[in-house]
Design a protein around this ligand. Structure first.
Ligand SMILES: C[S@@+](CC[C@H](N)C(=O)[O-])C[C@H]1O[C@@H](n2cnc3c(N)ncnc32)[C@H](O)[C@@H]1O
Length: 327
């Protein structure tokens, strides 16, 4: 078994190589090249699974109330079976009345178990929770229950289409109660690709459905608040309200809800100061990192401060829930 640092270095080197390559030849071409490197993708999958299940698992046992995965389960239970959904509906109604509009919630029905699409799942960590039925997809699955799929390319249609070799060809439109992007967006090298992933999530979610985003952030509560605001506006332009944002020690966790009526959120957006194009707005601090200290292209690297945020784990305390509608 490799040690934690070796595994972490390899993961970071893959992310950084992809970002640097994307600067050289453009994000689309770099992505295509990356996806053809099956050996690297396979090594990434095995490494990520080992990091999470062997090394991070130990910490989860000590801090069981603070793991990223348990945060997701907790948030889903709060939203679908606790007060979250009702809270959201009353807020959206209040917002509708501000614009003299009405909002119809009759077509929103969720079952007793949450259907959740885990994008970039790696090893399907949510498979053991009784309230959640997962569809787990990944570029390179690390578990037999994960479907092979490039979320950026997958088609959207009437139903889930899986080919013989567990290749997911199509996902169902408005087919999911919840979608999870756990450490997914920063893997994608450009803001446009991240925006396009969020756009796809919007199409796949039911109205009133939940998009949960976990992204590495080890800085203090407000350090990345400008970026967080950009994300909020970009997601709003797609028709999703930011419901909560919580800063854990190494993570920022967001929940967004697909609006029941897109017109209401469009009205809200008209009154916001928007100084960036939405498809460039899902930026991350690493986009501006020159990586001057990144000399070795494959397995070894001198550590980058920003990318260290990804490591070593996904825990810490929850320190607050923001009210979405109060500026
Ligand atoms: C940093 S790992 C996170 C794994 C897991 N979600 C977690 O939180 O521990 C990112 C994962 O996203 C997958 N991924 C990246 N881009 C993807 C895409 N376009 N479609 C599907 N999976 C993708 C990678 O293969 C990798 O397994």
């Amino acid at each position: 078994m490799a040690n934690h640092q070796e595994l972490a270095d390899f993961i970071k080197s893959v992310h950084i190589n992809l970002r640097l390559r994307s600067r050289e030849i453009g994000a689309e071409a770099a992505w295509e090249e990356h996806c053809k490197d099956h050996q690297k993708l396979e090594k990434y999958a095995v490494t990520m699974k080992e990091l999470a299940t062997v090394h991070w698992e130990k910490n989860i046992k000590i801090h069981s109330d603070q793991s990223g995965i348990l945060w997701v389960v907790d948030k889903c239970n709060w939203y679908f079976f606790g007060e979250g959904k009702g809270l959201f509906i009353s807020k959206e109604l209040k917002m509708a009345s501000r614009y003299s509009m009405t909002c119809d919630f009759n077509n929103v029905v969720f079952g007793k178990r949450i259907s959740l699409l885990d994008v970039g799942s790696c090893y399907n960590p949510l498979s053991h929770f009784p309230n959640i039925v997962t569809t787990a997809i990944d570029l390179e699955p690390a578990d037999k229950n994960v479907l092979r799929c490039d979320f950026l390319l997958v088609e959207i249609g009437d139903q889930l289409v899986v080919e013989d070799n567990s290749f997911c060809k199509q996902l169902p439109k408005e087919g999911y109660d919840a979608i999870l992007f756990s450490l997914l967006l920063e893997y994608l090298p450009s803001p446009r690709q991240r925006f396009s992933a969020c756009k796809k999530a919007m199409k796949l979610l039911k109205k009133g459905g939940l998009l949960l985003i976990l992204t590495p952030d080890s800085k203090h509560e407000t350090a990345n608040s400008r970026l967080a605001r950009q994300w909020r506006l970009a997601l709003a332009s797609l028709g999703m309200w930011m419901l909560t944002t919580e800063k854990l020690k190494h993570l920022r966790c967001f929940t967004f809800v697909k609006a029941h009526d897109k017109q209401i959120i469009e009205n809200w957006l008209m009154f916001q100061k928007v100084d960036i194009s939405f498809d460039e707005a899902i930026a991350i601090p690493q986009d501006k990192n020159p990586y001057d200290d990144f000399n070795c292209r494959e397995t070894e690297l001198s550590t980058s401060h920003v990318d260290n945020n990804f490591m070593p784990n996904t825990f810490s305390q929850i320190i607050g829930v923001e009210d979405i509608f109060d500026e």
